[in-house]
Design a protein around this ligand. Sequence first.
Ligand code: AOF
Ligand code: ZN
Length: 359
Amino acid sequence: MEEQFMKRAIRLARKGIGYTNPNPVVGAVIVKGGRVIGEGFHEAYGGLHAERNAFKNCTEDPQGADLYVTLEPCCHYGKTPPCTEAIMEHGIRRVYVGNMDPNPKVAGRGVQILREHGIQVETGIMEEECRKINDIFFHYISHETPYVALKYAMTLDGKIAVKTGESKWITGQEAREHVHTLRHKYAAILAGIGTVLCDDPMLNARVRGGNNPVRVICDSRLRIPLSSKIVQSAKVIPTIVAACERTKKAEKLEELGCRVLICPEKKGQLDLMELFRALRKEKIDSVLVEGGADINDSVIRTGAVKKIYTYVAPKLFGGKQSRSPVEGEGIERISDAVMLDGPEITKIGEDLLLEYEVR
Ligand code: AOF
Ligand code: ZN
């Protein structure tokens, strides 16, 4: 029974994915006499928390009811008053919690306050499933870098382009559409200047009602063309051009709506770790890297990458000169490999999506 209602709360929470960053996604279900009498989720950043939405949607008096919530109720005054107060005011008898809230402002005190007021609290209900929907939040709240994920599409022989450089399209229509749901989930999308010069992409999230990620272009020498689609749309979609020095062109880019962010250089290249730190300071909780072979290698070597999404197309390209997803210098020993856990496998149209966690 407990699992059944928590599962429902998780399903509700998932509806908030992409809309709540950098806050968590949270779902809540109110149950009385074995029946659901109210439910809600955290719908958007700055909006009501899941618990308060569930109370708002109650069809009966929740006095004496049980509350199922995927994340420990908050006990702090943030953009909204503490949920612990709403729970006590409505006379909830018992609270079932998925995850404890790692936010230092809460961190166990939400549960403690409820118990001190005579409310029975059970914690750790479907903990792992609840944690999974908030992988970004859990990382963000306790690190000085965002949650970084890498995404690429390749053929079964591990190529991301044919030898002439042509790379459109590797995967089928459905997989390409799926990428847009990823872009919607992440607060920022990172690409290198090479990708902009080669493909002139938009890097937006083309899903109905979806949120566009902030576009971050790694462009140490400010080579991005003023006529590129990204620069031309920078007044509508937030765009950061990360460079190592401010040249005259920076002003022109700013006039067109870009933000030019100056990052330190490391071994002749833009220091990606410093870029990640700067993004985190601006409350960007997650970055999806959609780069080419070189930037993919550079971000992996920062150690900041937590997740890899690989789309595999049922095709073979062959060719020594056809590029692969991660290039750079490479390692000398197998024991130096970046190790991954997974995969979680989903078939999307004719392609496979493999999701790995970096160990
Ligand atoms: C949410 N939604 O449903 C719950 C949250 O910025 P605030 O004031 O909305 O507070 C955000 C914090 O509240 C968040 O980091 C988390 O610790 C806690 N719980 N947050 O956005 C919710 N229950
Ligand atoms: Zn709250």
